[in-house]
Write a protein that binds this ligand. Structure first.
Ligand code: KIV
Length: 300
């Protein structure tokens, strides 16, 4: 099979090269086959099957309830819809904290069962060891510091991080530790842009920001936030680029109205035909055969 040059799959080394060349990296989440096709066609570089699925797809009020099986199902669907972007599986809460062995096993499931090229995990601290173990097992890892939703309750809720010198220093240590153990990139979430700017010269790996200002090497947004699908809380850092919820609502309301008014389906546009002679024969059958008895063949 020949692959068009602009369709060649993005690789981890290419992401590093983009940083070296000063090319901005575009990352977005996706959770199913049709949205994977859309984000691929739109030209993004990285697709994350994020555990935000718990909130924007599954309707929970936090990311913690989603499990490996659900994540693998969504990642597999996204894989089938993607050609070019690098695919990353987000390790859900409870899938890597227990031990390095657990972390490696679940990272391998993202690669083997869902066709991901890399995984992402949250936090510094104990996660640094997990990241090192997964990298050593041969799977690229993306780190994630700042607001880490899996541990939001310990951080005092869904709020910006690194807003004191001490907190910014802690965040710096976490980011540098993740870089030191071989993470190929790192997400900065909900961090003052001045802190990001001050930190950028220390990071050799690509930094992808979400609510971390414009100084990062790339940006990531949750697809349902940027498209305006999700009706829940909209963080300050989200920009809505479309109103898919509004458009969907208009579509389903129009359908509801037309069905109730008998305007859909129409005989001319939405129905199948049958040759007249076949229809006549069928009418004869109904008269002669079908209406004779009460002994229906399915009445066992
Ligand atoms: O789960 C997710 O969608 C994420 C992004 C917000 C980076 O972690």
């Amino acid at each position: 099979m020949s692959v068009q040059p602009d369709r060649v799959p993005v690789t981890v080394p290419q992401i590093a090269e983009m940083k070296r060349q000063g090319e901005r990296i575009v990352m977005v989440t996706a959770y199913d086959y049709p949205s994977a096709q859309i984000v691929d066609e739109a030209g993004v570089d990285i697709v994350l099957v994020g555990d935000t699925a718990a909130m924007v797809v599954l309707g929970y009020d936090a990311t913690t309830p989603v499990g490996m099986e659900e994540m693998l199902m969504m990642a597999g669907a996204v894989r089938r819809g993607l050609e070019r972007p690098l695919l990353i599986g987000d390790m859900p809460f409870g899938s890597y904290e227990g031990s390095n062995e657990q972390a490696i096993e679940n990272a391998q499931r993202f690669v083997k069962q869902a066709g991901c090229s890399a995984v992402k995990l949250e936090r510094g601290g104990p996660s640094v060891d997990r990241a090192r173990a997964i990298v050593r097992s041969g799977i690229p890892v993306m780190g994630h510091v700042g607001l880490t939703p899996q541990t939001a309750s310990a951080l005092g809720g869904f709020k910006a991080q690194g807003r004191t010198a001490e907190a910014a220093a802690k965040l710096t240590e976490e980011a540098l530790a993740l870089q030191a153990v071989g993470c190929f990139a790192i997400v900065f979430e909900a961090i003052p842009s001045a802190v990001t700017e001050a930190l950028m010269p220390k990071l050799e790996i690509p930094v992808i920001g979400i609510g971390a200002g414009p100084a990062t090497d790339g940006q990531v947004l949750v697809l349902h936030d940027l498209l305006g699908v999700y009706a829940g809380h909209k963080p300050k850092f989200v920009k809505r680029f479309a109103d898919v919820r509004g458009e969907s609502l208009r579509g389903v309301r129009a359908y509801t109205e037309e069905v109730r008014a008998g305007r859909f389906p129409t005989e001319e546009e939405h129905t199948y035909s049958i040759p007249p002679e076949e229809l006549e024969e069928f009418a004869r059958y109904l008269e002669e055969e079908a209406l004779v008895g009460t002994d229906t063949p399915w009445d066992w």
